[in-house]
Ligand binder design. Structure first.
Ligand code: AP5
Ligand code: MG
Length: 210
């Protein structure tokens, strides 16, 4: 069965955590526009330099940049047999654009309370080298402040600072949440409860994708 899946959910809902695992299980690439943009920022490409300020502020990166990066990534051979889009589309213009160049079979939305999001984001730490994601209380590294895989110091994402988190939550409510209705009307939406442990969420997710 072909899997062309979108993960829709607020910042900190656990999209990236679940996507890494389920994409491996389904044998499809995990395409996170946030990860692709952060890689462009780190590589200091022209696109990355333009995206950086928007991301630090917690605002969306302009649609034309994001569409370009995603369109190019979807053209790679591994995306021929399916894909998991994490963090794209993020507004109605992107959803309409996506509909013109790629199919979507299912949209999983992550339901979770704002309190839990703020907590998860404030406790998130990432490896500055391999980008592995940790959480100070729910997924601590074995050695404090060091990545389990390569021992590199962990850092906080610039947009996980409280001011940027407030903006990201507002941007989600105003620009991204309308997509719930957009996909509901197209009978593609499968909401899941994103609270609880990662294993509990993974079980709900497998059911939603079965
Ligand atoms: P992006 O990278 O997509 O960030 P986001 O949507 O804000 O989501 P996050 O990555 O913060 O959260 P997540 O749901 O992946 O949670 P995670 O699994 O890490 O986008 C960043 C920026 O890029 C945007 O603000 C924008 O500027 C730009 N951008 C990206 N896409 C764009 C687009 N399409 N258009 C325009 N601009 C775009 O988990 C969070 C924490 O919680 C971790 O510490 C984790 O360990 C922990 N955790 C996860 N699950 C659980 C659980 N079940 N229980 C306890 N802890 C958990
Ligand atoms: Mg993520």
């Amino acid at each position: 069965m072909m899997h062309r899946v979108v993960f829709l959910g607020p910042p900190g809902a656990g999209k990236g955590t679940q996507a890494a695992e389920i994409a491996r299980e389904l044998g499809i690439p995990h395409l996170s526009t946030g990860d692709l943009l952060r890689a462009a920022v780190a590589a200091r490409t022209p696109l990355g330099l333009e995206a950086d300020g928007h991301m630090r502020a917690g605002q969306l990166v302009p649609d034309d940049l994001v569409l370009r990066i995603l369109h190019d990534r979807l053209a790679e051979p591994d995306a021929r047999t399916g894909y998991l889009l994490d963090g794209f589309p993020r507004n109605l213009a992107q959803a309409e654009a996506l509909g013109k160049f790629a199919e979507v079979d299912r949209v999983v939305s992550f339901d979770i309370s704002p309190d839990l999001l703020v907590r998860r984001l404030s406790e998130r730490r990432v490896c500055s080298k391999c980008q592995s994601v940790y959480n100070l209380s729910t997924k601590p590294p074995k050695v404090p402040d060091r990545c389990d895989r390569d021992g590199t110091p962990l850092v906080q994402r610039p947009d996980d600072r409280p001011e940027a988190v407030t903006t990201r939550l507002k941007v989600y409510a105003e620009q991204t949440a309308p997509l719930l209705d957009f996909y509901q009307k197209r009978h593609l939406l499968r909401p899941i409860d994103a609270s609880g442990t990662p294993d509990e969420v993974a079980t709900r997710l497998r059911r939603a994708l079965a």
